[in-house]
Write a protein that binds this ligand. Sequence first.
Ligand code: FAD
Length: 318
Amino acid sequence: MKVTEHITKAQGSTLFSFEILPPLKGETVQHIYNTIDTLIDYNPAFIDVTYHREEYVFLERENGLLEKKVVRKRPGTVGICAAIQNKYKVDAVPHILCGGFDQEDTENFLIDLDFLGIDNVLALRGDAIKSEIYFKSERNGHQYANELVTQIKGLNKGTYLDDYLENNNPTNFCVGVAAYPEKHMEAASLRQDIVYLKQKIDAGADYIVTQMFFNNEAYFDFVDKCRAAGITVPIIPGLKPIATKGQLSMIPHRFKVDLPDDLVMEVLKCKDNKEVKQVGVEWCIAQCRELKAKGVPVLHFYSMGKSENIKTIVNEVL
Ligand code: FAD
């Protein structure tokens, strides 16, 4: 079932969903199942599975020279989505990127998903390859996520890249896109970022999932600005409970979001990460209660491989 159908069916009550990462290459899928097993009793409407593009690693050779190698550390997005739908009968939402894909790769990826009975995708540009500063599309790939949305929605109308096909089976994907209540790091201004977000919606995107935020005002303000800009699709808030002191610097650095002073102070007072986890859970519960009271369609959690804290939160809030 499509994410938007879940939202419609819920008739205004708030749903629960979460995001997982495929395991590192060489690890078993059991770790993913453990995360899902912890949360499955809370009836997630859907589970997102991230996509991780290739990276460069440099291997030192015997002659002292470095060999550049292209590796993918977390393959398996499509396989995990199929396994989730099969094992748990919950809709999986694979993330699909512009980065590392040309249009042909994208089309073939979508055909695989269609054959597997996967109805949803989250369409993203992706970041620059690690070790490079600026994002570069593949030759014949997409530079921005709105172009990717256009291709997916084109396939939904039976528009394939090959125009000699005898059959043009239309796919039927529900397409989500990303948004940033505190602005995407490359955007010149929040206003301009919303202009580009609107392009993704005009290309046919059905719903939005936000970057994590720790101050609900940022989300409410962002939603108001989106509505004023004519964006009417559901805007799903993304949430992440803080769990370690190290995240005070990692989260702003990696996700370009601010942490409120009150939260930072509380975390700094903690003696160990057990206490930090408690603070993170309490903060997130307060966020969720307010978001739910304001009628958000879904509370979407970034699990990052940790599910016990999300279980505690969902248990309190839903
Ligand atoms: P876009 O919407 O293309 O925007 C990128 C930048 O370009 C923005 O600054 C925007 O303002 C600007 N822009 C957009 N359109 C135009 C245009 N037409 N002309 C000029 N400028 C434009 N990354 C992964 O690698 N794998 C994942 O699984 C993943 N999942 C994510 C899930 C969520 C919910 C979120 C919020 C992010 C996720 N990311 C993931 C990170 C994401 O790929 C990066 O944040 C990336 O830098 C931007 O992706 P986007 O789809 O928002 O890009």
